[in-house]
Ligand binder design. Sequence first.
Ligand SMILES: O=P(O)(O)OC[C@H]1O[C@](O)(CO)[C@@H](O)[C@@H]1O
Length: 448
Amino acid sequence: MLKFDFSNTLKENVTGGIKREEINSYENKINDILSLIDKERPGFVNIVFNRKWIDSVLDIKDFVHSFENLVVVGIGGSALGNIALQNTLRPSDWNYRSKEERNGFLRVFVIDNVDPDFVASVLDRIDIRKTLFNVISKSGSTAEAMANYLIIRGLLESYGLKPNKHIIFTTDPEKGVLRKIATSENIRTLDIPPEVGGRFSVLTCVGLVSAMAAGIDIEELYDGARTAYNRTIKESLWNNPGALIALIHYLHYLNGRNISVMMAYSNKLYYLADWYRQLWAESLGKAYSKDGKLINVGQTPVKALGAVDQHSQIQLYNEGPDDKIITFLKTEKFERDIKIPHVHNEESLNYLQGKYLSQLLNSELSGTESALAKNGRPSLKVIFPEINEFHVGEFFMYYELATAIAGELFNVNPYDQPGVELGKKITYALMGRPGFEKFNMKQDNQNG
Ligand SMILES: O=P(O)(O)OC[C@H]1O[C@](O)(CO)[C@@H](O)[C@@H]1O
């Protein structure tokens, strides 16, 4: 199981920490929240207790595996889970490996942004005839996903390839333009459960298709997620990582720590921090409380990579404003390791020669953690015994649950995102979409 270390968030170890008694005083409230969650079973929980989503993906397994490349087209919650799964559970050179080295599994690319240089570079790299595109959009209307869909569709047609042989849609079961096109053109579709928001959707078909395509064990992901759920619902507060993540972040926020840094000491785990950023930001950054009061709450999630950001951010974290709570992600087992050879008879290099890179990286984590603690700065640690499907499934569920619990503590609705709508409407107006003319308030500023 994933391991957690909350000791450096506590007053007894770190001057800026929280007192145990303060945490204990929330025990009843947390128990009430957990009972509510177990009673209501939010959509992101229900999916892992239902085989439907795994089965619907397995139904198209042969079709998916008849291709060499899978390109996911989507953005935000329709992309970040895919990116996290691929980068965490596949080696970083996966897409450069030969088919044999990939054991016949597909290369996976994700086109999220509408940066033309980026989109062109992905499309240049793949043989379109051997490529399946999974266009993912829950709403079926997001401008970036739709634009990139139209581009790949145009490309397929220019090659004389039938769209319904190269595209699948992952979208709402009823609503949206993708559903409409799918019905009229007989394009394969997978459903996103309407009650699961994009940032909570990684374990729906949204993340499962690309995972299966790359040979990731989707059953294990689910096992890990279910284990995390059961532990969160059953365990008492001090043995309950999901509840403690939420409560400790909330209490530190009340003490002025309005930034939540997730710092991974593993390039693979870094992509989980990217996924977490959307989850924590969109879910908890809200203007209004559930009872309609203007509160403007939210903790800004920041991602960082150890040891790289020790040489960029750590000065600030140690000595700058005391406004951060830091989460370290650590792995106890790297897939590979490299021994640093004895090359020089040189005193100042002897502490490195003969050691392993994993030892150096994890020592750097300990050094950073201890230095922060000495400076009174709180941190917690999530420890992966190894980076595998089970633990990644656990991680997703713990953080989704922590977000739901934090939503109750902050008294906000963690499942909506009204703040992204206005910008979307202005974009539609600038691009000339009928019905949005009145939002064209930025026209004068356009193009400088
Ligand atoms: O899956 P969709 O509907 O295209 O939405 C993509 C993303 O856009 C948002 O609605 C707003 O950024 C996110 O919540 C969502 O994950």
